[in-house]
Design a binder for this molecule. Structure first.
Ligand SMILES: Cc1cc2nc3c(=O)[nH]c(=O)nc-3n(C[C@H](O)[C@H](O)[C@H](O)COP(=O)(O)OP(=O)(O)OC[C@H]3O[C@@H](n4cnc5c(N)ncnc54)[C@H](O)[C@@H]3O)c2cc1C
Length: 309
């Protein structure tokens, strides 16, 4: 059999990749995880996780992913900091490359997750990092007793708006519809919170300020009324896009770019699997990412066994 640098390469060190690493290492595959930044993925910017089973009182995102990383490494998963920019086939091998490095492997699990979507309104790029953020854990504490605005209506927007009230004096939650999409328990908390004012049927048309966010320009979709909110920060939580540009059209993807898989996480290319938020799935959570990662590693193990027979 052709020599490889690792039996299994996992791209991305969020909960999906770390779980795949744990299962790959325990299957005694030479398992290498490549992470472009720090292991942990989106969980690193999640202040408090209260719906991951096994932690009845909740756990910080940092502690949860630290445990996942240590557990996978304890069983032998190797980890390197490397931003992958291509995966190509070479016969039955896969070549994973990035930053001038090439790694030959039998199987690849893509677990590169997703990133926040942008609104695409004037001022958004200009003020990113100058009052515009998608990370309440990172930036919320800067706005003690200040007025902040947020946009979105899903789990992240609602949960993180409640989190922002620990610091901010007032949080405007701007939502384009007349009801929220978030889990009911999260909605109840937000709607009962006196610091949160939901602006229903409203869209953001722009952000302005001098050197930092000062104004959020909004329009009511029902009345057509345009107005300007004074706010010191603006948090954008309107969904996510997959971190899958590097794979191009090597594997089949849906209309939004999420990778299509079967129930065993196999993509359209034998030996390439996908797990977690990067794949087309109806629920994107830590628990589902972990389940995907375990299945993907199991499927990769069986794929590799077939190769070496
Ligand atoms: C603010 C916030 C709060 C949330 N709260 C909860 C919650 O309370 N409960 C819950 O269950 N879920 C929550 N989620 C969702 C949850 O975090 C995600 O569903 C989960 O992290 C997905 O895991 P993943 O491993 O698929 O991807 P990610 O966590 O996105 O990890 C992907 C990793 O891949 C890396 N990567 C990307 N591209 C490359 C590349 N080219 N090369 C190398 N590495 C790369 C990234 O750096 C990242 O570390 C929250 C998300 C956010 C943003």
């Amino acid at each position: 059999m052709t020599d490889v640098d690792a039996d299994l390469v996992i791209i991305g060190g969020g909960p999906a990749g770390l779980t795949a690493g744990l299962y790959g290492a325990r299957a005694r595959l030479r398992t290498l995880l490549l992470e472009g930044h720090l292991p942990g993925g989106q969980v690193l910017i999640t202040d408090w996780v209260e719906n991951y089973p096994g932690y009845p009182d909740g756990i910080t995102g940092v502690d949860l992913v630290r445990g996942m990383t240590e557990q996978a490494q304890r069983f032998g998963m190797a980890m390197e900091t490397l931003k992958v920019d291509a995966v190509v086939q070479d016969g039955s091998l896969k070549i994973v490359s990035g930053e001038g490095r090439e790694i030959r492997t039998h199987a690849v699990i893509i677990a590169t997750g997703a990133s926040p979507r942008k609104l695409g309104v004037p001022g958004e790029d200009q003020f990113f990092g100058k009052g515009i953020s998608s990370c309440a854990t990172c930036d919320g504490p800067f706005y003690k007793d200040r007025v902040v605005a947020a946009v979105g209506g899903g789990d992240t927007a609602v949960q993180e708006s409640v989190f922002l009230t620990r610091f901010a004096g007032k949080v405007y939650l701007i939502h384009r519809r007349d009801r929220l999409r978030a889990e009911k328990i999260l909605q109840e908390r937000a709607l009962a919170n006196e610091k949160i004012e939901v602006l229903w049927d409203t869209v953001v048309t722009g952000v302005s300020g001098l050197t930092h966010v000062e104004n959020i320009h909004i329009r009511n979709l029902k009345t057509g009324e345009a107005r300007t909110l004074r706010a010191d920060a603006f948090f954008v939580w309107i969904g996510i896009r997959p971190n899958a540009d590097f794979i191009g059209d090597t594997v089949r993807r849906d209309d939004w770019g999420f990778i299509l898989t079967d129930h065993l996480m196999a993509t359209s290319v034998p030996g390439i699997f996908a797990a977690g938020d990067v794949r087309a799935t109806p629920l994107r959570q830590i628990a589902t990412a972990v389940g995907d990662g375990a299945l993907a590693a199991w499927a990769a193990e069986h794929y590799i066994e077939q190769l070496v027979k």
